[in-house]
Design a protein around this ligand. Structure first.
Ligand code: ARG
Length: 580
């Protein structure tokens, strides 16, 4: 159950009973648990509105509130707040229900939407680098969280498979390899691209060749298309390997090329809507002209934006923007999505602002969101690179993380066979990389620190995996079936039990909030708090050595902690491990 929403309702009905009005309860968790669990602030606004003393209103509300079986105390404080303390027996009974709930208490959303999540989206003929790491990890977590709360989610890998790089690649392949792509791998492709791109800067005739190759490809020439297909296949094989390592899958792989047939229609549509005009041969959308040409200015900073959103270049070529207008059309008309989430580097913020403004102007009522993220920095605060100055590939990053996890596990002398150790190291290594990313507020840049990454302490992936495994080992030691463990209610007596229970109670609220706001760090924050409260509890309270109802209650708290940790990890795309 979503506890905070539940008590918001409870407080609202208390206001209705006490004062005969429907008014917002304005319920918030208290800052200091000394004062109770929640604060109801609604009386303040009501007092102003009704020109009555808020303290008097609060007194009446509190008298109603305390009648509720879930409320142990309701006290008026300050100029007119009501502090609520939850009833321990009610909490215990509520939590006990979750032991029997395959959704761990996370009730599904009332209004499910069809949501496209556009994520990962690397470019063909290039290796994925750390930049794509964040999109892949974040997007994957968002897909599982949104799906778990009940939405219909379509994960879409919008690969860059149709841009200017193909002119250079095909021209380069002809020039340097006589047009032969056999035996090429992703590094070979990157090499050709680099060489071709360099050559095109000094050699005007080669640059023209590349442009001609691009035009040929885009006009449907069979031979160029076959070469392009080879590039796509080579890259795809490499991408599939990485995604398998990361446990990432997509429902769709609608790359840029998919939208090519729709591009003429994009041009017609923007022209008909009177928002595009020619400028030096290119077809441009000038946002600062909207007020004049359409009667309504462009939204926000775009109203003054003089740089155009170009949808067709003077040589007739279409662009990233043209394709993206087509993505909106397709997602709306064919995929019937009511919402689309673009998980892309924050440096593309302006592009998406422009795209969304155009989409709205064209009458697409879909909710469009750019879920941006910051840059991954090295220990000196510079965008992370390899020693020889190249962008770090995702593959090498995962290799390093796994290696370090393996070393760490060897140090720790856990009872694992060699084979298990390798498997656990993979889960821990990849999990550490993912968690380190997800625990950040996504918009901030963050420093990547290998030494902290594989730390088995603090707010890290390995620590959450370890805490979950610890729960498992308690049940194993006691010879008790963890998955089948049920109790009718949980008695909360020790202060550490009460604290842990309250953290457990927040799970549904947290999962919904993290999914809705596209902020997985809200979930990692919860897991971190949970692991700490669990640790404190375990140190203060005997579990297996206690007896009777106390033992059952404590085991129930352990089981619930284990479930939330594992469920949380899975929602973040991280594999829990049984032992470590
Ligand atoms: N391929 C692009 C890049 O690597 C990201 C594409 C994001 N998705 C989109 N619909 N524009 O920067």
């Amino acid at each position: 159950m979503r506890i905070e929403r539940y008590f918001d309702e409870v407080a609202k009905s208390a206001i209705r009973e006490a004062l005969g009005v429907d008014a917002p309860a304005i319920l918030k968790p208290t800052q200091d648990s000394k004062h109770g669990d929640y604060q109801v602030n609604g009386a303040m606004a009501l007092g102003k509105q009704r020109k009555e003393n808020p303290r008097d209103l609060a007194t009446k509300i509190a008298a109603e509130l305390v009648k509720h079986p879930a409320v142990a105390a309701a006290d008026v404080a300050g100029p007119g707040f009501v502090n609520l303390r939850l009833d321990e027996a009610w909490i215990g009974a509520e939590l006990a229900k979750n032991l029997d709930d395959p959704r761990d208490g996370v009730t599904p959303i009332e209004k499910a939407e069809r949501i496209v999540v556009d994520y990962s989206s690397p470019n063909i003929a290039k290796q994925m680098h750390v930049g794509h790491l964040r999109s892949t990890i974040l997007g994957h977590a968002l897909v599982s969280m949104l799906r778990f709360v009940g939405h219909h989610v379509i994960g879409d890998n919008h690969v860059g498979d149709w841009g200017t790089q193909f002119g250079l690649l095909i021209a380069g392949l002809r020039k340097f390899r006589g047009g032969d792509a056999s035996g090429l791998d992703i590094e070979g492709l990157e090499g050709i691209y680099r060489q071709a791109s360099a050559l095109s800067k000094d050699d005007e005739s080669f640059a023209n060749e590349a442009r001609a190759e691009l035009a040929k490809l885009q006009s449907g020439d069979a031979q160029s298309h076959a070469l392009w297909q080879q590039f796509v296949d080579i890259t795809r094989a490499e991408l599939d390997k990485i995604y398998a390592r990361m446990g990432v899958t997509f429902e769709e792989w609608l790359g840029e090329s998919f939208y090519d047939p729709m591009l003429p229609r994009v041009i017609e549509t923007v022209t008909a809507a009177n928002i595009a005009r020619e400028d030096q041969g290119a077809l441009c959308i000038f946002f600062h002209e909207w007020a004049e040409t359409t009667g309504t200015p462009a939204p926000g900073r775009l109203a003054k934006q003089k740089e155009p959103f170009i949808v067709r270049k003077k040589d007739g070529a279409f662009l990233y923007s043209t394709t993206d207008i087509a993505t909106v059309m397709h997602r709306h008309e064919v995929l019937h999505a009511s919402r689309a989430i673009y998980v892309v580097d924050a440096r593309q913020a302006l592009h998406f602002e422009q795209l969304f403004a155009v989409a709205a102007r064209l009458g697409f009522t879909m909710r469009l969101e750019h879920v941006g993220f910051g840059t991954v920095l090295d220990e000196n605060g510079k965008p992370i690179k390899t020693r020889d100055g190249k962008a770090i590939t995702l593959a090498s990053l995962l290799d390093e993380a796994e290696k370090r996890a393996l070393d760490k596990l060897a140090e720790m002398d856990v009872e694992l066979s060699e084979e298990e150790r390798v498997r656990v190291a993979k889960a821990v290594g990849v999990g550490a990389v993912k968690y380190a990313d997800l625990r950040q507020n996504r918009l901030s840049d963050y420093q990547f620190d290998f030494d902290k990454l594989i730390e088995f302490r603090g707010n890290s992936g390995p620590y959450m995996q370890y805490a979950a495994a610890r729960v498992g080992s308690i049940f194993r030691k006691g010879g008790i079936d963890e998955a089948g463990f049920r109790v009718p209610s949980i008695a909360l007596e020790a202060p550490e039990e009460k604290v842990l229970a309250r953290t457990l109670l927040r799970f549904a609220d947290v999962v919904h909030a993290a999914a809705e706001s596209c902020q997985p760090h809200l979930l990692t924050d919860h897991l971190y708090a949970l692991s700490r409260d669990f640790s404190t509890f375990i140190e203060a309270c005997q579990v297996l050595k206690s007896e009777g109802a106390t033992r059952d209650s404590r085991l129930a708290l352990c089981a619930l902690t284990g479930r939330q940790l594992r469920r949380g990890l899975v929602l973040l795309g991280i594999e829990p491990v049984e032992r470590m």
